[in-house]
Write a new protein. Structure first.
Length: 229
């Protein structure tokens, strides 16, 4: 507990004044990392948690891998896949999802029923036909979620993030139990075998912690946790 906040709360209670509610700052919060170089794919495992996302809101919590490219001065194109809990799609439930810059639409795959405590394997990779595909390991086999022909090329910049969004117009606290990510591997563009995303891979990271949220690198950068401090 934050000592200063705890003392202020105690004094407020003793004085008969309810402490002000603690809210999550509005907007996006990204906890994780991205590659400085370009790769042909990423895969790994992530745990599923139950966040306190408000029903009927634009709030969401997601754990995802993403590939992106920004050609010249043009717009960024990307494909992402993982799991998400949103305020607009069956609030209170977690869903396998994909999102890409071409459709700009959340696609949910509720044939794969998730529960808090589950661990899922996601694989994003460039396919020989020029598409980028998202795969989910389920039922002892890889299942294709989507394949999109996007102007990314055979390699792109990779991200691994826990992402939280809070509607800036409706401040509130969104709690995020710690999400665990491990066994993160990158696929090189030369067709070689996948390799662990380790400290020798040029990597871009943000702040290790934000107000309320903490990022813990258990093993840079293939094993980590993120969520409430």
């Amino acid at each position: 507990m934050n000592i200063h906040y705890g003392l202020a709360s105690l004094l407020a209670v003793l004085g008969g004044i309810a402490p002000a509610p603690v809210v999550t700052p509005g907007g996006y919060h990204h906890l994780g990392a991205g590659t400085a170089g370009e790769w042909a794919g990423v895969s790994g495992r992530m745990s599923v948690v139950d966040g306190s996302v408000r029903a009927g809101s634009y709030d969401f919590v997601a754990a995802r891998f993403l590939v992106k490219q920004t050609p010249g001065n043009g717009p960024t194109t990307w494909l992402e896949a993982g799991w998400a809990e949103t305020g607009w799609a069956s609030p209170g439930r977690q869903h396998i999802y994909t999102f890409d810059s071409g459709t700009r639409t959340w696609q949910f795959y509720d044939q794969y029923a998730l529960r808090p405590g589950d661990r899922i394997w996601i694989d994003l990779r460039a396919e020989p036909d020029g598409t980028w595909a998202a795969w989910l390991w389920w039922g002892d086999r890889w299942n294709l979620l989507t394949a999109r022909r996007l102007p990314i090329g055979p390699v792109g910049h990779i991200e691994q993030y826990v992402e939280v969004h809070v509607d800036p117009a409706r401040p509130a606290r969104v709690d995020v139990p710690s999400v665990a990510v491990d066994n993160v591997r990158l696929r090189a563009g030369d067709g070689g075998p996948p390799r662990y995303w380790r400290a020798d891979v040029p990597t871009l990271t943000g702040s290790a912690s934000r107000p309320q949220f903490c990022l813990n690198w258990v093993k840079r950068y293939d094993t980590w946790t993120a969520g409430d401090c």
